[in-house]
Design a protein around this ligand. Structure first.
Ligand SMILES: [Ca+2]
Ligand SMILES: [Ca+2]
Length: 208
């Protein structure tokens, strides 16, 4: 039994680097109450549902944006934002799941992270894939970006941007938004860690 405890402790210590990776977004899974922690702005023609249950990637809820009527002028984007402290030189890992279920006519949806210094001047930015047509189901989009020198915080935002020249319509879902200074843990490495732990437990049992 003593061996088992020691081996379990050792295995947990080995797992620590994976556990240390944490989502810095407060409500990235949208399971919280409507809009909690996110700042949202944009044209009233967009219908925003922070508690969509009809289509989600994880959990019970997602964030849904849809619009069908005469559209806002091209520059009236809708965006949902969270601000996160991050220092220059740190690598930002951004991840998001997107499902375009009704093609975004004349519009695009994407993840964008904008970096700022202490006085609010932009130091850099990085956008993910620009989604416009059907994704054919939930699609993962991720990127990493080294925060430029002087950066003190980042704005993680989900953007739906109507393009110039005509009316736009569509429906898009977002879920499992992620931002951290460490990469999102790979399911395979978690699996290997899990199997390693089970193996160690089996070994300890055998020894007894
Ligand atoms: Ca969710
Ligand atoms: Ca919600």
């Amino acid at each position: 039994m003593k061996n088992l405890i020691i081996l379990t402790a050792a295995a947990l210590l080995l797992m620590t680097p994976a556990i240390a990776s944490a989502n810095l977004l407060t409500n990235g899974d949208f399971e919280g109450s409507a809009g909690a922690s996110w700042v949202n702005w944009g044209h009233a023609n967009f219908t925003r549902d922070f508690d969509a249950t009809d289509n989600k990637h994880g959990g019970a809820e997602s964030y849904k944006v849809s619009w069908t009527t005469s559209v806002p002028e091209w520059n009236s984007a809708i965006a949902l934002q969270e601000y996160i402290p991050i220092s220059g030189g740190q690598t930002a890992y951004a991840d998001l799941w997107v499902d375009v279920t009704s093609a975004l006519n004349n519009a695009e949806a994407y993840l964008e992270v904008i970096f700022y210094n202490g006085v609010g001047t932009e130091t850099g930015k990085q956008a993910g894939t620009k989604f416009g047509s059907f994704t054919g189901g939930w699609t993962q989009d991720s990127f990493s970006y080294v925060a430029p020198s002087g950066t003190t915080n980042a704005k993680y935002q989900l953007v739906v941007l109507p393009l110039p020249g005509g009316s736009a319509s569509g429906t898009v879902y977002f879920d499992d938004a992620y931002f951290d200074t460490q990469a999102i843990p790979e399911p395979t490495s978690l699996f290997l860690l899990g199997s390693g732990l089970i193996g160690l437990l089996g070994f300890a049992k055998k020894k007894k």
